[in-house]
Design a protein around this ligand. Sequence first.
Ligand code: HEM
Length: 397
Amino acid sequence: MTPPVDQWEFHPGHFWLRGKRPEKIVDYDEELQLWNVYGYPESAAILGNPKTFSSDTMRLDPIKLDESIVEGDFSHTDPPKHRKLRGLVDHAFTPGLVAKLESQVHGIVHELLDDIEGKSQFDLVAEFAAPLPLIMISDLLGVPASDRALFRQWMDKMLDGSEKFESPETVLEQEQELEKELELLWEMRDYWHERAAESRKRPREDLISQLVHAEVDGERLNDSQISNIANRLLVNGHLTTAMLIANTVLCMDAFPDQGARVRADRSLVPPLLEESMRYMSPICGVGRATNTDVEVAGQVIPKDQLLIVWTGAANRDERQFENPDMFDAGRSPNAHLGLGRGIHFCVGRQLARMESKAAVEILLDRLPTLRTDPANPPSFLQVVDASGVATLPVVTQ
Ligand code: HEM
């Protein structure tokens, strides 16, 4: 069966989503002055080698930004600091602790569906897939429910300005874009500073309180570090999971034989979610910087170069996956790179898997006739390093 991907308006750079192969596994982009890596073994090797391929990509940015913008954000940090900072939060996402959150997640999914019940059509992203992970990550961070709308606004603003690596802009446009991003960042930082100050006065069990009282090498974290870690968890913990849930519903509908398989056998929900992360990876590109001259797929990449590891394209590599453009809900093995690999392997993967499994299972139970709306096609995020639906109109009959 021909996949319906030709009707979907993905980001134009995401050629693999249309079943196309890269011309070269490693390719230098003169205009953007960065290296694109598209192959699976190459991507897996790069992500597994933080000594040569650093996550501190900011050091190569021609615009020199204040260190306080990233300090503490372990996703941009290398060993040994990475381990220490990540250690401050990864205990909160262990399988045991995530399992304890399961009943809470089920409760939220049911509440969201209670609000939806009776509607003959709705946007699955806005009303279901996005609120669930937003509520969960806000609760873990310990922010009041009344601030969730503010978080949602931040995310929307952030997506609005995230077309980086796409087309060369004029210096003026770049500066204007940066100014907008920084404005948002300061707003978020002020917010977290207030939360941190409150937690210092009245400590609680949440992640912000834990960060406020945590120490790295005998020193407490400063406010910028706390703010950058909180933002990292908020951004990564929210949009990606929302995309996974909505992409999965879209794929079940777009490949009806696979949708029917899962409806008939619920044990296929976990492999279905893994296949969704492979086929339409919510995070499809991650940045690295070379620490030395290094050869990748026969191509020498000099020291201090920026690389984009296109995990979304690697997830379609025939050298790793049989029939990579086929959506197979029961695919096994499925060692996709959708959650990364190596020391930066996604911190929140257990939470994301648990939330999306609950969301899809309960959705299938409560809205068994749910289908994408034939009159209103989905729209896709036009963000270069993410692939997923931005809106998914559905009908319930
Ligand atoms: C389907 C959902 C998700 C996807 C597809 C996803 C994907 C990824 C990927 C690809 C990376 C590696 C980035 C790199 O190598 O540079 C990553 C890292 C990370 N993810 Fe996730 N993620 C998801 C859900 C979550 C959730 C729910 C949270 C938090 C609650 C989270 C927090 C993080 C953090 C903090 C990192 C940085 C880890 C590090 O640098 O050591 N993610 N994620």
